[in-house]
Design a protein around this ligand. Sequence first.
Ligand SMILES: NC(=O)c1ccc[n+]([C@@H]2O[C@H](COP(=O)([O-])OP(=O)(O)OC[C@H]3O[C@@H](n4cnc5c(N)ncnc54)[C@H](OP(=O)(O)O)[C@@H]3O)[C@@H](O)[C@H]2O)c1
Length: 270
Amino acid sequence: MERRHLGNSGLDVPAIGLGTWQVLDVRGSEEEARHEVVRAALETGADLFDSSPMYGEAERVLGDALRKLGRERATVATKVWTSNDREAERQIQDALGFFGGCVDLYQVHNLVAVERRLDMLHELKNEGKVRSVGATHYSRAAFGDLMRVMRGGRVDFVQVPYNAADTSVTEEVLPLAEELGLGVILMVPLGSGRLVRNTPPDRDLEPLREFGVETWAQALLKYALSDRRVSCAIPATSSPDRMHENAKAGEPPWFGDEERECVARLAREA
Ligand SMILES: NC(=O)c1ccc[n+]([C@@H]2O[C@H](COP(=O)([O-])OP(=O)(O)OC[C@H]3O[C@@H](n4cnc5c(N)ncnc54)[C@H](OP(=O)(O)O)[C@@H]3O)[C@@H](O)[C@H]2O)c1
């Protein structure tokens, strides 16, 4: 697994991590099976895990898996998501409990009460309970606000959507991240599953084979990671086998313009 700088934060992260929205939001008898996805991620070096209190049970299930498999092997990225200060404090205490007293990358989810939340997260950073602070938004309509936060100098990285069918972050957000030396984590690299619903015929992937691409999902992930401004993509999966498949896309060689155009065209046609 290639490791990349998270901007100028001083931290290295794997090119592929695991998103936990929906896939770790399980209870009871399903939990053990999802711990196996976390195990597969750690085995492949895809050891960054993205979560949020918005994702139901996901933080707790991730914390339980890491307690069993080795918290120290993981980079935990979670979020605080509320306009209520007391609730924010509660979310943070819960997360510190789930993750052994430290959250590696703490993000303000959807920019909710962003300045007040950044105050809290920087206090935690000073106390050594957080290593890096970021902000996320999924919507193009919020990118103006996100860029104001980026320019404010209090985030080390951002989390934004980027895939072969949605390149809106390449217009202004990624150039600004590059200028400011900020890391970039990619949400929805498979379009929340929409882009893998229809798979192009095998022969269409032929030109990509020499880049280590065996499957359409790997082509899509490599598309995003071949933009060298990206630090880490976090596809979600509930399957250990797919975790192994996705992790392989985190290895060079990277696509050039021609291969990226090929994947974008296939995504349009699929
Ligand atoms: N901050 C925000 O506002 C925000 C918003 C959205 C997402 N996120 C983060 O970004 C992560 C990723 O986004 P996402 O979960 O929406 O979608 P995604 O990663 O783009 O796609 C996940 C879907 O793709 C399927 N999949 C994964 N690997 C596959 C493979 N190799 N072949 C075929 N299908 C595959 C999964 O199904 P299976 O489970 O069946 O494999 C799942 O349905 C989230 O989990 C979350 O951590 C953040």
